[in-house]
Design a protein around this ligand. Sequence first.
Ligand code: F6R
Ligand code: MG
Ligand code: MG
Length: 376
Amino acid sequence: MTEVSICMKTTISVIKADIGGFPGHQDVHPELIKVAKEMLATAKKSGQLTDFFVGKCGDDLQLIMTHSKGVDCKEIHKLAWDTFVAGTEVAKRLKLYGAGQDLLSDAFSGNVKGMGPGVAELEFEERTSEPVIVFMMDKTDPGAFNLPVYRMFADPFCTPGLVIDPSMQGGFHFEVYDTVEGRKITFKTPEEMYSMLAFVGSRSRYVIKRVYPGPGNKVSEKEAVACVSTEKLSQIAGQYVGKDDPVAIVRCQSGLPAVGEVLEPFSFPHLVAGWMRGSHQGPMMPCAMEQATPTRLDGPPRVVALGFQLANGTLVGPADIFKDVSYDYTRQKANEIAEYMRRHGPFEPHRLPEEDLEYTNLPKLQEKFKGRFTKI
Ligand code: F6R
Ligand code: MG
Ligand code: MG
């Protein structure tokens, strides 16, 4: 008789949606947090979830859930969908802004992907100690993760472990999505680093979806160690309905980038697409969850980092990481850059180039003036 070893894997699912803002697109109302907590607590009691944390970033409600049912699980996605539907009822009653905004379909069809909410999920065998960071962004799109995720796993000037830790000498493999053609490709770093940058530098089209350890790493090459939500609302809805406001999950330490190495790219407030009307370039400002209330011109874009230790699926934490004073300088810099960019008003590069505004109201305006143009 062959011996079958059953190892319990943990799945962490982060599913988020903007189901109504307060005021405008600034914050999540406490009533929405309350209803989400109630729904997920019931699911935990029934054994459907191992654990959960309800968070927020700007106007996005964030469901951080652990379970043992794997990624793309219909039951878990339905739970998230039902939670957003219940929250939408509350949002409608309070007349919150854009109630139900990200629920782009009337009925759940098995998976929330393509229905509006953003999803990032990882399934893995928990190591002796399993530090995980959940990043949540507001007022931007999935390409905003390209630069920081690239730097965490491929830039030795950011991550000393790539040089010093023998487990990381084999580098990492990046799964990249082409969001225009609906195709994907995997690049191996460090050997294909330059080629990968040729693509992921175009962050409105190519987005890093997952990262896998390279050969020789302590963590299996088959287990993704980072995952980014890549859903693009405009492509699902066919028009601008708010920014995608992506999330990411990153596992850390013991052969993977350390917590500090994973956080290091965010010390640079890089320019991302989004901000007011999803039509502007602005600096990414790291901040605490309570500070993630984009106010100045509905911005500037924010990123929150919640740190957890997993203990057999239990979410020990969170630590609200960017609360730390060591990010004060970055916030100050981000405010300076925001001021500098704002001075350009409606001019590029503050405003996005025409091709990135195709889902906004700009094409309607261009249509209106089409007949007024004459040949030069
Ligand atoms: C950006 C965002 C906001 C809105 C802006 C206009 O992602 O959601 O900046 O685009 O507040 O919103 P409406 O058109 O709903 O008045
Ligand atoms: Mg909103
Ligand atoms: Mg948002």
